[in-house]
Design a protein around this ligand. Structure first.
Ligand SMILES: *Cc1c(COP(=O)(O)O)cnc(C)c1O
Length: 400
């Protein structure tokens, strides 16, 4: 794809929009439908003879601007110009995409350490519709290959870095393997954002984000996005599925996303640097078993992260030697960091996955993938790094 501007510049610029009043920033087109000069004009739009808007569940000008920007950001380095569709949440990005690409009876192949909601969606909802899910460790590609050969796999879903263990999967290797078996690939790129990792350029078919997290960045809206090649045979079905299942986003959330993207580059840089700083200072701490952060040399997936990410992200997790007791007491002693079940906002937030995001995930899956009861997840914000470190250190000191 031609690259006129750097990603950081694309973040700041508003894409052009039909805009008679020359509004400097993106207008919110808060309307359910659009009207026409004549019935002939309406028919031209309905039948696709002329480009135009019909009804905001199908598409909306405010959404289109943000979709174009996200597609542009995610498409840097890809050999084609991708398209994007904004959805009502990250979960609806995943469910819409899967509902569109899966054929009757096909199975889903994925990893065990996914966002808890995704695991639940696959195990409960998609299972109900006849799509079973197989969970394997994606660092063993031979096993993945033999699973594809012996099962009717309709889609492979990966998440890297994964929530909450930060384990990484070799994106290019999975994409190549899937391609040789004509399997559709999906990646949840929420943790990395398009600025740290470009899966389309590495051969993945579809990227989804919970834009609720870093892309919005301010914790004031819920939305998601599906990004892929509009020439892909499934793309028309994806568009239709969003329209018919009604999983489209709305102009207000799209506007908030657009506002957030403007500072994405600055936020990510500061948040990543703060996370690396915390990780380095917590590594080897007496009360901590293990610090999960892809930037640490001794992290098991460091070399994979180094190969495919431009920075190591702003999420980390720490595993307490004293297990759940230590984890909970640490959280209660924090003064600056807040307890909140989200991530990617500008302020630092902590979460105890075992009793929140992963509460409904099978304990066997949690145990197998290192989602222990002593694990605390930290979404690192843009605060002063020493204030953050001091808060974490004083809480560690007081923790049991
Ligand atoms: C939050 C999250 C989701 C779900 O997104 P919502 O916007 O809450 O629906 C999916 N994947 C990852 C990695 C997430 O962090």
């Amino acid at each position: 794809m031609k690259r006129k501007y750097h990603q950081h510049t694309i973040c700041v610029q508003d894409a052009t929009i039909d805009n008679n009043f020359k509004s400097h920033t993106l207008p919110i087109y808060s309307t359910s439908s659009f009207d026409y000069n004549s019935i002939e004009d309406a028919i031209d739009v309905f039948t696709g003879q002329r480009e135009g808007y019909v009804y905001s569940r199908y598409s909306n000008p405010t959404l289109r601007v943000v979709e174009k920007k996200l597609a542009h950001l995610e498409g840097i380095g890809a050999s084609y110009e991708p398209e994007a569709l904004l959805t009502s949440s990250g979960m609806s990005a995943i469910s819409t995409l899967l509902a569109a690409v899966l054929k009757p009876g096909q199975k889903i192949l994925t990893q065990g350490n996914l966002y808890g909601g995704t695991t639940e969606l696959l195990k409960k909802q998609f299972h109900k519709f006849g799509h079973d899910t197989i969970m394997l460790n994606f660092n063993n590609l031979d096993k993945i290959a033999s699973s594809i050969q012996s099962n009717n796999i309709g889609a492979i879903i990966i998440e890297t870095p994964a929530n909450p263990t930060l384990n990484c999967v070799d994106i290019a290797a999975v994409a190549q393997l899937a391609r040789t078996h004509q399997c559709t690939t999906i990646i949840d790129n929420t943790f990395a954002t398009p600025l740290l990792q470009q899966p389309l350029a590495l051969g993945i078919d579809f990227v989804i984000h919970s834009t609720t997290k870093y892309i919005n960045g301010h914790g004031n809206g819920i939305a998601g996005v599906i990004i892929g090649n509009p020439e892909h045979p499934s793309w028309p079905m994806i568009w239709d599925t969003r329209k018919l299942m009604g999983t489209t986003s709305n102009p207000w959330d799209a506007w908030l996303i657009n506002n957030g993207i403007k500072t994405l580059a600055l936020r990510m840089e500061k948040q990543c640097n703060n996370a690396f700083f915390l990780a380095k200072n917590l590594d080897q701490h007496l009360k901590i078993n293990k610090v999960n952060y892809p930037g640490l040399q001794d992290f098991e997936d460091h070399s994979i992260a180094k190969k495919q990410m431009s920075h190591y992200g702003a999420m980390l997790s720490i595993d307490f030697k004293s297990g759940q007791k230590g984890a909970l007491s640490f959280i209660n002693h924090l003064e600056l960091c807040t307890i909140a079940p989200t991530l990617g906002d500008v302020d630092t937030m902590v979460l105890h996955p075992a009793t929140s995001s992963h509460l409904k995930v099978d304990p066997k899956i949690c145990e197998e993938y290192g989602i222990t009861s002593g694990l605390v997840r930290i979404s690192v914000g843009i605060e002063n790094e020493n204030d953050l470190l001091n808060d974490v250190m004083q809480a560690l000191e007081k923790s049991s």
